[in-house]
Design a protein around this ligand. Structure first.
Ligand code: UDP
Length: 327
């Protein structure tokens, strides 16, 4: 049995990755400290609770399972939090990843898939972002992820650690079978918050800024379905099995939607009202983040299949109504 070490496997994207890895015949070994993840979300393989800072525990896990690859999802990922407390982003994301990368090299596990982000690009006057767009992050979250990308390039050159670096745009939706889904506490992401409002769990959705330089004044993002995203990770594993090197791929659809458009589509999908309020800009938010790259399609044969806004919202809505986790 081929094991894949999945850090953050108890989280939103990591749990979907475990599902698809198991379906593809791998055994996903979740390594997660449950700081934001959920033990209940670990359904498709063994669970090892631990910190990325705990090198002895990582060594034990590498020795016990002899994974053929690492998929590294574990991270803090909230823009606003990273602006308030950058130190925890540098400790957890950067130092933690360095520890993991050094452990992988020490144990000869030389195929590494990394979750990076479009937040590494920063603001570029509304142009579409391809993999060669300069990385000029405007928040500590993006800066921490860019640093890890640099680390992976260095470790490829010096230690032969091969990597596929995925720069995610805005991940949304849920497993259509609702076995796993998105559930953060506290929730900060747009679509689950809109669904909370629709469900009566919150009184209104606050739009973070209406004076951006966009057609309706609200921020624009490129939303990609979590199942499409994790499909790309399987293609990334195949890339690593066939090649050496380090390669970056954007994972987005190339279509952008404003905050107001997401709210309108959510009304349409659920046929329910969404009371909104307007608030100030959220520090660290880029105006527009939309992928202009099709490298993943060209080189990995990746085709997003569920990434229409309607499908993402309706899959998230199904999960929202039927599933959640408890500590
Ligand atoms: N947003 C908003 N109200 C909210 C939550 C999010 O207006 O209650 C906006 C946020 O400022 C950003 C967009 O929705 O412009 C997407 O935010 P999210 O946190 O979902 O993802 P991010 O782009 O930060 O990764």
């Amino acid at each position: 049995m081929k094991h894949v070490l999945v850090t953050g496997g108890a989280g939103y994207i990591g749990s979907h990755a475990c599902k698809i890895l198991a379906r593809a015949g791998f055994v996903p070994v979740t390594y997660d400290n449950l700081s934001t993840g959920w033990a209940e979300a670990v359904k498709f393989g063994p669970f090892e609770q631990g910190e990325m800072a705990d090198r002895a525990n990582l060594d034990r896990v590498f020795m016990q399972y002899q994974p053929v690859a690492v998929m590294h999802f574990a991270a803090l990922s909230q823009v606003a939090e990273s602006m308030r407390a950058p130190g925890i982003y540098w400790h957890n994301n950067v130092v933690g990843s360095l520890n993991l990368i050094e452990a992988a090299v020490a144990h000869g596990c030389l195929d590494f898939v990394f979750s990076s982000t479009c937040a590494t690009y920063g603001d570029h006057d509304g142009v579409l972002l391809d993999e060669d767009t300069p990385q000029l992050p405007i928040n500590a979250y993006g800066a921490s992820k860019r640093a890890i990308e640099d680390m992976l390039v260095n470790f490829q050159a010096s230690h032969g650690l091969n990597s596929v670096i995925f720069r995610y745009f805005n991940v949304a939706g849920a497993d259509p079978e609702a076995e796993v889904g998105e559930f953060h506490q506290p929730e900060t992401h747009l679509i689950p918050l809109v669904l909370d409002v629709i469900d009566g769990k919150r009184p209104a959705l606050t739009i973070n800024g209406t004076d951006y330089d966009t057609p309706d004044g609200t921020c624009i993002r490129d939303y990609v379905h979590v199942m499409d995203l994790v499909d790309a990770h399987l293609a990334g594993l195949e890339w690593l099995q066939a090649r050496r090197g380090s390669r970056v791929f954007n994972l987005g659809t190339g279509r952008g939607f404003s905050v107001r458009e997401v709210i309108d589509h959510s009304r349409g999908v659920t046929n329910r009202e969404v009371p909104v309020e307007t608030g100030p800009r959220r520090p660290g938010d880029c105006t527009k983040l939309v992928s202009g790259g099709s490298r993943a399609e060209a080189e990995l044969g990746w085709t997003p299949r569920r990434s229409t806004l309607e499908t993402m919202i309706s899959d998230a809505w199904r999960w929202h109504q039927n599933g959640h986790y408890e500590r």
